[in-house]
Design a protein around this ligand. Sequence first.
Ligand code: ZN
Length: 428
Amino acid sequence: MNNIASLCEFLDNSPVNFFAVDSVRACLEEAGFKPLSMADEWTLKPGDKRYVTKNGSAIFAFIVGNGGPEAGYNIIAAHSDSPGFRIKPSGEIPCEGGAVKLNTEVYGGPILYTWFDRPLSIAGRVALRSDNPLKPRMELMRVERPVMVIPHLAIHFNRQVNDGNKLSRQKDMLPVMALNAKEPGNIIRKLICDTLNVAPEDILDYDLSLYTTEKAVTAGIDNEMILSGRLDDLSMVHAGLTALLEGTDTDSKYTRVLAVFDNEETGSGTKQGAASPILKHVLSRIAICLGGDESSLYRAVENSFMISADNAHGLHPNYVEKFDPTNHPVLGGGPCIKVNANCKYMTDSDGAAVFRELCRMAGVPCQTFVNHSDVAGGSTLGNILTSQLPLRGVDMGAPVWAMHSACETASCADHDYTIRAFAQFMKL
Ligand code: ZN
């Protein structure tokens, strides 16, 4: 399968963070990676291919290097989560006329109006009763068919809608899931019972979110674009995963790592997010398994490099004035190094130089993204991670349009380029 077909399949299989991690896990298993648990004792030797998950929504995969505990780590980091809507507890709202709508809470920073009038469904995980009250059974859940829609108000009720329309998250954005429900108040629980084949009394709680059921597609006169929800940041997760799997063909003194964190869109401040010490714990345990001591990790950090991979903004043909006057990264022009004078990105000339060399060696063009000085940009994983581990590295990402839309646009060529640059890194 080519990289774009593989990416489309990956996106379709990954409607929310938990499924993204499960998709990564499935690809790793197929390539011979074996699971580890943070709760178990580890034994590792050079060449071992292992992975560990956290909360079912973050995953860390690695190929143990043959250079000993201080040789260093080559790390690609990305994130599993995307902006959207989470279902609130007791969320069903019966309405006049028999319709039932669903109370939701916004997760991260979606472009709200891109979620109107699309077929939507539900995915996430459900906590079920088990023999141990401290360890509920966690089950992934995905409803495949569309089960709701956020209907927009007709233009006849608001003739000024196209002149700018402020939206309330609590009023305007609630999806409707039934016209005349037989059991209002019990729809979600019944959906869980039917989907997972479980008894209602066993459902203890859930993390369920909305997702758009439209599939990822290619578009453009030459099929040069890819359109999908969640390109940020699942396209970078897919590129990192593909490169790591290509790296299994070669030996390296470096331990090669793919780190996929959750909750980047809300600031990374969870146990499975980049601000937690989870990656540090994983890397430290690898060093100790290789015969190192407590200082080995700190020494290894000096020999390590991290590519923090999160999408960048490509020059938008309708809004050129929003972009920096001299740096115009375009869709199709290759991965972008992200630079910020106030250190919102971890990139410095040292990190950028490394990534430029990787691109040159891979035969891949490389671009630079800098914010227009009057536009506040976003932040990402790199600097949050360096508060735990003082790594050298670069913030980069393939350019996209409409970041945080329910349907973002990227370039197929850039995805190939990014995989080639990452594969070069994973071959060192
Ligand atoms: Zn992102």
